[in-house]
Design a protein around this ligand. Structure first.
Ligand SMILES: C[S@@+](CC[C@H](N)C(=O)[O-])C[C@H]1O[C@@H](n2cnc3c(N)ncnc32)[C@H](O)[C@@H]1O
Length: 158
C-alpha cells in the first residue's frame, strides 16, 4: 500500500449539531481552550466550538472542497479569527497544543492516529470520538446519546 493510499481515515459524514454540542459539552470545552477536529469535513464541530464555547479551533481536512467550505462558513459567521482550517493530512500536522481533540472517523482510522495522539498530546487532554472507540484505550465515560449515537470520552493519562 502506498503512503498516499493509506491517507483517508474515513469518508465524509457530518456529525449532526446535537451530537456536536454533546461532544463539546462532555469534553468540557471552556473559553480560550484549543480544540482540534481531525478530519473536520465542512467544519461543523470547530464552528460550534468557536461560536458557542469560545474556543480557538483548528480543523484539519484533506478534501480541498470541504476545507474551502469550512473556511467560507467560518468567514460568513465572522469567527474566522478563532477558526483555522488546514487543508492537509491530519497525520502530518503537529497538534501538541491541543486541549481537546474531536474525532469522527472509523475504528481503523482511529487506530492510525493512536500513536500520534499518545506521543503528541499533553496529559489531561480530552479526546472525544463520535461512534468509534479507540481500541486499547479505556474510556473515561461512554455516552449513549443523543439517541442512535455513541460518544466516547477519553482523558489522556488517566
Ligand atoms: C466522518 S467525517 C467527519 C467530519 C466532522 N469531523 C464531523 O464530525 O462533522 C470524516 C472526515 O475526515 C476527513 N479525513 C479522512 N482522512 C483524513 C486525513 N488523513 N486527514 C484529514 N482529513 C481526513 C474526510 O475527508 C471527512 O471529511
Amino acid at each position: 500500500m502506498s503512503h498516499r493510499g493509506g491517507m483517508s481515515l474515513a469518508p465524509f459524514v457530518p456529525s449532526p449539531p446535537e451530537v456536536v454540542r454533546k461532544m463539546l459539552e462532555v469534553a468540557g470545552v471552556s473559553y480560550g481552550e484549543t480544540v482540534y477536529d481531525l478530519g473536520c469535513g465542512n467544519g461543523g464541530i470547530v464552528i460550534m466550538a468557536a461560536r458557542e464555547f469560545g474556543a480557538k479551533c483548528v480543523g484539519i481536512e484533506m478534501r480541498k472542497d470541504l476545507a474551502d467550505k469550512a473556511t467560507e462558513e467560518a468567514k460568513n459567521q465572522r469567527i474566522d479569527q478563532r477558526v483555522k482550517i488546514l487543508n492537509a493530512n491530519c497525520l502530518d500536522i503537529d497538534i501538541s497544543d491541543a486541549d481537546v481533540v474531536t474525532l469522527y472517523l472509523t475504528s481503523s482510522g482511529n487506530l492510525k492516529l493512536k500513536d500520534k495522539l499518545e506521543k503528541e498530546l499533553k496529559t489531561k487532554v480530552r479526546i472525544v470520538s463520535h461512534d468509534f472507540e479507540m481500541s486499547g484505550w479505556t474510556p473515561h465515560k461512554i455516552y449513549r446519546e443523543p439517541p442512535g449515537h455513541t460518544i466516547y470520552l477519553y482523558v489522556k493519562g488517566t
